[in-house]
Design a protein around this ligand. Sequence first.
Ligand SMILES: [Zn+2]
Length: 417
Amino acid sequence: MFNKIASIALLTFIALPVFSADVSLTAKQTAEYAAKTYQESMVTSLAELVKYNTLAIDGISANDNPEHIAFKAELKKQALELGFDYTDDGYVIVIGLGESEERLGIITHGDVQPVNPKKWKKSPFELDTVSEPGKLIARGTEDDKGPISTALYAMKAIKDNKIKLNKRIELYVYMAEESDWGPLQTYIKTHTLPQTNITIDAEYPVVTAEKGYGTIKIAFNKNKYTGSDTYLSEFSGGFFGSQIPEDAKAVIENADIALLQQLMNKARSYQGVSFDLELKEKQLTITALGKSAHSSKPQEGINAIPFLADLLSQTRWPSNSAGTLVNFINDNIGLGLEGKKFGSIAYSDEFMGPMTVAPTVIKQLKNNIELNINIRRPRGKSAQQLTEEINHAIATWKLTNMADITELEHYIGNPFI
Ligand SMILES: [Zn+2]
């Protein structure tokens, strides 16, 4: 049960055997040379890069994180061996080839998303070439260390063939793409970026549009439930804003065998998600296991949070924080991926597809439980209109349910074409 989404390297940047008629003969020959000469070297390079768990650690700068430091040392070694120049600006590494004023930037990142090693056949930090023949499996092979190795050897092929460059090539490796864009924004203020840039951190070969990233945040304030009905004392799940969570957990108090049997029967009716139920005295603990995916493609995963909420939808839960949260998810999100139950926020664009709405992180805070809903939105609505619709939907639900919730500040990014 490893995470396929982030684990299969697509080394197609220069190894792609099909070329469009518009690509020059030089480009075609250089790509063929790279694929023929360096396929193995790229895999070796990647095997070294995936050894480091370059996950962000809360409260520690990437500049002080030992795994990040070791990863950068390996990157430096590889870059210098291949004959490129190497600049370490902390969060941003630049590996350069050529001298022109005009520059071409290749944008990648060296950090990775969290990983649960228990769900992998082999260590996520060891390149596995045997579990699924033909695939390269490790954390970050596709996102985004494979593209770094590929870019290094694309540059090497250009260098070997002494191709005259009218632009200097700069490979950028950012160290906090998955967690914090602040240091990159700071970097851009004091450095001039290349005139032309491509990112190799997506579907291949070309992406022409990207949905806008957003986060809807709501706090479910803590209230003690003191009645004798069954109630939810805990609901948790997810740990990264841009990851569809595969784990979620709920704890029901004042539970009995009848409730356990009822939920077990219902649990069997789902596909793609499994539930584990354990009744101890009067406390029923339920864990859900779905399938993680990148939150830009929620359809490729099974989000454990709404599925667990759906399992618990047979009743209206007493409105302490966890109960209110589950009621909210069932009323406004459900098992759909497009926010169609969430007031009037849903919309779609003919070319870019629908907005997706996925709860990704539930933070357990001192005074409340904070729900973070990741959205990916196409063109067709202004950020202001969408914000107003979100505000309206939450305010309406709050009033109708007399819910003790606080709408926090949402982030609504814009789509790119
Ligand atoms: Zn990425």
